[in-house]
Design a binder for this molecule. Structure first.
Ligand SMILES: NC(=O)c1ccc[n+]([C@@H]2O[C@H](COP(=O)([O-])OP(=O)(O)OC[C@H]3O[C@@H](n4cnc5c(N)ncnc54)[C@H](OP(=O)(O)O)[C@@H]3O)[C@@H](O)[C@H]2O)c1
Length: 364
């Protein structure tokens, strides 16, 4: 598939046209000027897709998006319909968890709370989602978002598995909750607070028989016309999304999404988890103090060590996926991902202006 600098494609049939690369807002914060500059620069450079979440930086990621967009809308060159904003809800951490605890004390809890671990609760009840969307719109300074995704609802299944609940029983309750959540989001579309909705799940990409697998087929049966987008992990090592493991009949989740005309956003393109732990398919600036720990401290060996690491990645990519053109290891990785049938866009944590330049260099 040829790629061009402004490789705009519809996020779903008839939906907004988006850039092939989206700005991923995990680990960005409105109190960090570098992050502000990177998002501003990406939007000025042709990126038209932003992915954030209520829990990223405990709301500070959405606040940064709101600030940057406000500035660009006010002074130009951006208009509201020139950018597609995706956010997500489901995590109950930080200030959300404090509110959840306060509500419990007042006898008005958000219903159907999954207390997964002491620091991480999860919820997709309509009451919770309605409140979360209100908070998001305030932080984003927008009257509506383009897409709201349920954020990793599989926590419910993982919690049930830990508690020894039989799989069929857990799945029945899981899809009952999903149906209620999606029906609520359909109402939010009608109310004009969102344009479309969907699900982001790490377990769209695991074998269908696995306890915590989320079935896109089942979800589509339960959803209304506003269900337009999914998000999932895909990178050179974790390729479950492309494999025929999603349905008993041997379809991949990318195949099911393509047949249904659903937009697919890929996350975590460079942070790949392999048998030996985390492998980063992007260059690491060995001179930056924040990365010294990775190389065992600032040393003369750091550069050599990084060169050897990158050579290994390059070798892996070319052995497995053939010719991915010239450029950096991150550019080759993005080309590999964008060539996968069914992928609409790739979200990248390009939180430095230099990362924006590097990533956009993969296109064209
Ligand atoms: N729904 C979910 O559960 C979920 C999960 C994960 C991610 N996401 C979404 O997907 C987006 C992307 O995932 P991610 O941010 O976790 O990981 P990523 O895009 O794979 O990037 C991993 C790390 O690589 C570095 N990097 C990025 N671009 C680079 C470049 N051009 N050159 C060198 N280094 C580069 C950055 O690290 P440093 O800044 O530390 O150098 C970044 O944090 C997120 O921001 C988020 O929007 C969603």
């Amino acid at each position: 598939m040829p790629l061009s600098e402004f490789d705009r494609r519809p996020l779903w049939a008839g939906g907004p046209r988006i850039s092939a690369l989206g700005f991923g807002c995990y680990r960005i914060d409105d109190r960090v000027p570098r992050h502000h500059d990177a998002l501003d620069y990406a939007l000025r450079s042709g990126v038209t897709l932003i992915d954030t979440s209520t829990n990223y930086g405990d709301g500070h990621s959405e606040t940064l998006v709101g600030t940057v967009l406000d500035g660009l809308f006010e002074k130009g060159p951006l208009q509201r319909d020139g950018v597609t904003v995706v956010t997500k809800a489901g995590y109950v951490q930080g200030s959300n968890q404090e509110e959840a605890i306060r509500r419990m004390g007042e006898g008005q809890p958000w219903p159907e709370m999954t207390e997964y671990s002491p620091e991480c609760w999860h919820c997709i009840s309509p009451e919770f989602l309605a409140d979360q969307l209100s908070y998001s719109l305030e932080r984003l300074r927008l009257p509506a978002v383009d897409v709201l995704l349920l954020h990793n609802p599989e926590y419910f299944l993982q919690d049930a598995e830990h508690r020894g609940v039989p799989k069929d029983e857990a799945r029945q309750e899981f899809y009952r909750r999903i149906e209620r959540a999606l029906s609520h989001l359909e109402g939010e579309v009608d109310a004009g607070r969102i344009r479309a909705y969907g699900i982001s799940s790490n377990t769209f990409v695991v074998p269908h028989e696995q306890y915590d697998a989320v079935s896109l087929v089942r979800v589509l049966e339960l959803s209304g016309r506003g269900f337009k987008v999914i998000q999932l992990p895909l990178n050179p090592i974790e390729t479950g999304a492309t494999q025929g493991i999603h349905t008993p009949g041997g379809k991949s989740v990318l195949g099911v999404a393509a047949e249904a005309g659903i937009g697919v956003l890929v996350n975590r393109p460079f942070n790949a988890f392999g048998a030996q732990g985390l492998v980063r398919f992007a260059p690491v600036d060995w001179r930056a103090p924040r990365n010294w720990r990775m190389f065992g401290g600032e040393s003369s060996q750091a550069e050599a060590s990084e060169r050897a690491r990158v050579a290994e990645m390059e070798n892996y990519l070319s052995m497995r996926y053939g010719d991915l053109g010239s450029g950096t290891v991150s550019q080759k990785t993005l080309r590999f991902l964008l060539r996968q049938e069914g992928v609409t866009a790739v979200l990248v944590g390009m939180r430095e202006t230099s990362y924006v330049d590097d990533c956009l260099g993969a296109l064209g």
